[in-house]
Design a protein around this ligand. Structure first.
Ligand code: UDP
Ligand code: MG
Length: 342
């Protein structure tokens, strides 16, 4: 175990959390969800852990919702949060955290890339007194070299740019104590990057290592374009550095233009001005135009986010909610009608 922050740690009195919530966001996972549910239950049952599994359907267009509802009907330890449309993984995780009742909560993907066998090690970190136990990827099985390289570069850049950066090679697979979950769910920004949010709330943190398994079935939901947008979200919700960089870029270009202007004046004074300098003008003007557009684009990215946040809309709507109601779980009413969650 690799402690990141060790201040004020004292081991918890209990061996295990009284209730462990597993939060699983899923979008079009009909091929994987049954295997996921079976594997997680098997591991948790054999460890004698009280648990609830919260399946969040993030607006799937395949049979995922129906399968989840069936699972809930058959297993009282399983809850179903059906979002009114696809809100994206970050918001689906938040919806799951909002509905989790556990003393500790583990966030896991539906495709079994996060091995349920690692839950025991996560709980061990909780027992030692940590509030956040990150699962660090030892490898990135099932991801091509380009994705691995860009992911690494992205997290390196984030760490350089921001004050509290997400740790490298940590995805959303992690355990959060009740204290950490209560903190995370108070952050209601729309443009959310959960890895950044988890890092921002702080609390004593440690990590365990795990091997990423290949996706059990189905396909990744993150194509190149989605990943690109996700990384813009990651940067803009995490740091103002691009705005500052724009200012410095502007200053640098202005300084360069001023210096080259001086050179032209001196040259003209010393040697006259034999050529009209047409290409220089075109190149300079288009270069400056390009720089201005880029800087405006960066400002626009932030302004658009300010616009969206000021609308202050609820993060998501729940179409249907079936809470866990099993003997092992906290008392909860079944089949609560649809409601709005701010
Ligand atoms: N997911 C989601 N909403 C989305 C996209 C993905 O809830 O809009 C879920 C998906 O079903 C899976 C998890 O997020 O449980 C991770 O997605 P995926 O495995 O496609 O990502 P990768 O592991 O390839 O990065
Ligand atoms: Mg995956």
């Amino acid at each position: 175990m690799n402690a990141v922050c060790t201040s004020n740690i004292s081991p918890r009195a209990a061996e295990k959390p009284s209730l462990l919530s597993i939060v699983c966001p899923a979008f079009n996972e009909q091929e994987a969800i049954l295997d996921f549910h079976r594997a997680v239950r098997r591991v948790l049952q054999s460890s004698g852990q009280n648990f609830e599994i919260i399946l969040v359907n993030d607006g799937s267009t395949d049979g995922t919702a129906r399968l989840m509802k069936d699972l809930c009907a058959r297993h009282p330890d399983t809850a179903f949060v059906d979002l009114s449309r696809n809100f994206g993984k970050e918001i689906a995780i938040t919806a799951g955290l909002d509905h989790a009742k556990g003393e500790a909560v583990v966030v896991m993907d539906a495709d079994l890339q996060h091995p349920p066998e690692s839950i025991g090690a996560l709980i061990e970190g909780w027992r030692e007194g940590y509030d956040v136990v990150n699962a660090v990827r030892r490898n990135r099985n099932g991801e091509n070299a380009l994705k691995r390289m860009t992911a690494r570069a992205f997290y390196r850049a984030l760490r350089r740019l921001g004050r509290v950066a997400p740790p490298e090679d940590v995805g959303d697979f992690r355990l959060l104590s009740r204290k950490a979950v209560d903190a995370v769910v108070t952050l209601r920004e729309h443009h959310r990057f959960m890895k950044g949010v988890f890092a921002w709330v702080g609390f004593p943190t440690t990590s365990i290592a795990f091997d990423v398994a290949p996706r059990i079935a189905g396909r990744t939901k993150f194509d190149f374009w989605k990943l690109w947008n996700f990384s813009i979200e990651g940067v803009t919700s995490h740091t103002l550095a691009p705005l500052k960089a724009s200012t410095y870029l502007g200053l640098a270009v202005a300084g360069l233009s001023f210096a080259s202007g001086l050179v032209y004046v001196v040259k003209a004074l010393l040697f006259g001005d034999p050529s009209p300098g047409f290409p220089t003008v075109i190149v300079t003007v288009s270069f400056l135009g390009g720089v201005q557009l880029i800087v405006l684009g960066v400002i626009g990215e932030y302004l658009g986010r300010v616009f969206n946040e000021t609308k202050n809309r609820p993060l998501y709507f729940v179409n249907e909610l079936v809470e866990a109601r099993g003997a092992n779980c906290a008392e909860a009413p079944a089949n609560t009608p649809a409601r709005e969650v701010a």
